[in-house]
Structure formats: structure tokens, C-alpha cells
Write a protein that binds this ligand. Structure first.
Ligand code: HEM
Ligand SMILES: CC(C)=CCC/C(C)=C/CC/C(C)=C/COP(=O)(O)OP(=O)(O)O
Length: 303
């Protein structure tokens, strides 16, 4: 009887690079970097110096990608159980754990070096803390143990504008902390909208996400409550003068649409609505930060 070989054919270089890129969750990292870059531009009244901007953009992207790869490494067994994540490179066996660790260490190490050399040490340390916050504290400790995982872990995801700000000014101001608060308040409706229509995935994987531990109705109410908090927080830039007329009009429109989604999630839930709300959350954050940037340079003062 002839033996049947089940080994996969080796990947070509391009396909291999694609697998490594997938480990870095490029679309999430793109929005993270976008928010960091806006933080850099908001940090100074004129144009920020190009070298720290370039270094911080590259450095933050690399370290965030490395953090995402560690998340894929730690969660490979969980990812194999969920429909949304089972096609990732590790569960499919396209890369090994060792390769993923090596990739994260090299890419993250280069990112930290770039930040230290051409941005400043403060930005490097804050980015390293963000890396630890997401890759270790959120992924290893919080995610498998509490439904508040994404609320607390959201602090890491909210760091990018602070990192950008620090790269340009060498310090962290109150306005940078307001940008942090916006992403921090945005994370629960962003994630719970997804968790609602992916609740079976999370239940199968044994992860204590809010719809699994506290039920759908409770989660739907909390999407609405956090969207209300988000609306309040997005008015803070107007209170401090960081945001002017263009920002105010933009955020009122974006918040109103988000509130309609959140209200409907609470009152007349469907999975399709929840999916649209999740998609809108990404558009919302992108447009809100874009509005802050436009407003910064075409500022219409409100006082
Ligand atoms: C703890 C905080 C966060 C959690 C738990 C979370 C959760 C998630 C999950 C589970 C997805 C996957 C959706 C899918 O596979 O279809 C996702 C997608 C996404 N998230 Fe988040 N997120 C967080 C923070 C952030 C932050 C800070 C940003 C950017 C500033 C962000 C931007 C995105 C984007 C752009 C996508 C879409 C990715 C794609 O289309 O492939 N997220 N998020
Ligand atoms: C250094 C730096 C700026 C780091 C940023 C940290 C970072 C990559 C935050 C993104 C948050 C994110 C991808 C959450 C996905 O949730 P999940 O991991 O629970 O989702 P999953 O189920 O898709 O793995």
C-alpha cells in the first residue's frame, strides 16, 4: 500500500509575505496609524516636522502589526474554533508559531528602534507599553477572563493619538488625552456590535464576551449607553477649543447617525442591523478624525 503524503506544497515568496501581512491585521493597523498621524498634525499649530512624523508612522505601524501577530499566536486554537478567524494563517497551518514569534520580534524590534532613533524615547516607551497592553494584558489576561476585557483593553487601542502627539511634541497634553478618550468610548459599541452577531462564535470558543455572559438584551442596552457616552466625549474638543465649527457640525452628524443605529439595536435588533452598526463604527471613527484634521487647518473658532 502506498503512503499518502498530506504535507502542504511550499508557499511561494509572494504568498508567504501575504500570510505574514495577514498576521499583522493590516486593516485595523491602518486605522490605528491614521489616528496616530492625525494626533501628530493636531499637536502643532503649523505643519509638524517631517522626520518624527515619518518615523512615528512607520514605527507605530510596525509595533502595532507585531502586537497583532502576537495576538494571532496566542489565540491560534481559539481562532480555529471561530468562523470569522479560522482562515487566519496559524489555524490554516500556513505559518508556524516559531515563525510568527520571530516575525513579531523582528518587526516590533525594528519599530521600537525607529521610534527611539527618529521620533523620541518617550514615544518608544509609550508604544512599548501599548504593545504590552494589547498583546499581553488584553490578549492573555483579560480576554479569556472577563466581559469587561474590551472596555479595559480598549485603553491600548485608544493610545495611537497620544503616541502621535508625543512623537511630535515630546509630551502628552490634555488635548491628546481627549483624543484617547474618544477612541476609548468608541471601542465598546464598535466591538459589541460585532460580538452581538458573532455571539455563537464567541460561545463556541468559550470567550466571556458580553452577549455570551450577560445576554443579548444587556449588550444591546450597553451599546446604546456607550454610544451616549461617546457622544458626550466627542463634544470635549469643542469645549477645549481643539475643535471648531467644522468639527462640531461633523461630530453632531456622525453622532446622530451612530445614536440612531444604537437606538435601533436596542429597540429592534437584527443581526443585519448589528453588522451595519459595526461597519458604521469604522466609518465613524475615520470621518471623525478626518474632521478634526480639516478643522485644525480651516479652523472656524466658536468663541
Ligand atoms: C480592544 C479594542 C478593540 C476590539 C476588541 C476590536 C475588535 C474588533 C474585531 C473582533 C474586529 C474583526 C472584525 C472581522 O473580522 O470582521 C475588528 C475589526 C476592525 N477594527 Fe476593531 N477592535 C478594537 C479596537 C480597534 C481600534 C482601536 C481600531 C482603530 C483605531 C479598530 C479598527 C478596526 C477596523 C478598521 C476593523 C475592520 C478590519 C477589517 O475590515 O478587516 N479596532 N475589531
Ligand atoms: C503598539 C500599538 C499601537 C498597538 C495597538 C494595539 C492594537 C493592534 C489594537 C487593535 C485592537 C484589535 C485588533 C482588536 C481586535 O480584537 P481581538 O484581538 O479580540 O480580535 P480577534 O478576535 O479578531 O483576534
Amino acid at each position: 500500500m502506498s503512503a499518502v503524503t498530506l504535507t502542504k506544497p511550499p508557499l511561494g515568496l509572494k504568498a508567504r509575505l501575504r500570510e505574514f501581512l495577514a498576521l499583522a491585521k493590516p486593516r485595523v493597523v491602518a486605522l490605528i496609524v491614521f489616528c496616530a498621524v492625525i494626533g501628530m498634525f493636531l499637536a502643532t499649530p503649523t505643519l509638524p516636522p517631517w522626520l518624527p512624523v515619518l518615523a512615528a508612522t512607520i514605527g507605530i505601524a510596525l509595533v502595532a502589526g507585531a502586537a497583532a501577530a502576537i495576538n494571532c499566536l496566542v489565540e491560534q486554537k481559539i481562532d480555529a474554533l471561530m468562523a470569522r478567524t479560522r482562515a487566519r494563517p496559524l489555524p490554516r497551518g500556513q505559518v508556524t508559531s516559531g515563525q510568527t514569534l520571530g516575525f513579531a520580534l523582528v518587526v516590533g524590534g525594528i519599530g521600537l528602534f525607529v521610534l527611539h532613533q527618529w521620533a523620541n524615547p518617550l514615544t518608544m516607551w509609550l508604544t512599548l507599553a501599548t504593545f504590552v497592553g494589547y498583546a499581553i494584558i488584553y490578549t492573555v489576561v483579560l480576554k479569556p477572563s472577563t466581559p469587561q476585557n474590551i472596555v479595559i483593553g480598549g485603553a491600548s487601542g485608544a493610545m495611537p493619538p497620544i503616541l502621535g502627539w508625543a512623537a511630535v511634541t515630546g509630551e502628552v497634553s490634555h488635548d491628546a488625552m481627549i483624543l484617547f478618550l474618544i477612541i476609548f468610548a468608541w471601542t465598546p459599541p464598535h466591538f459589541w456590535a460585532l460580538a452581538l452577531y458573532r455571539r455563537d462564535d464567541y460561545a463556541r470558543a468559550g470567550l466571556p464576551m458580553l452577549p455570551v455572559t450577560h445576554g443579548e438584551a444587556f449588550t444591546r442596552l450597553h451599546v446604546l449607553l456607550y454610544t451616549l457616552i461617546l457622544t458626550a466625549v466627542t463634544l470635549l474638543p469643542v469645549a477645549t477649543g481643539m475643535g471648531g465649527g467644522i468639527y462640531l457640525v461633523s461630530t453632531l452628524i456622525l453622532d446622530a447617525i451612530f445614536l440612531v443605529y444604537a437606538w435601533r439595536i436596542w429597540r429592534s435588533y437584527t443581526d443585519e442591523l448589528s453588522r451595519s452598526t459595526f461597519r458604521y463604527s469604522i466609518l465613524y471613527l475615520s470621518l471623525l478624525f478626518a474632521a478634526l484634521l480639516v478643522d485644525h487647518y480651516l479652523h472656524i473658532p466658536l468663541r
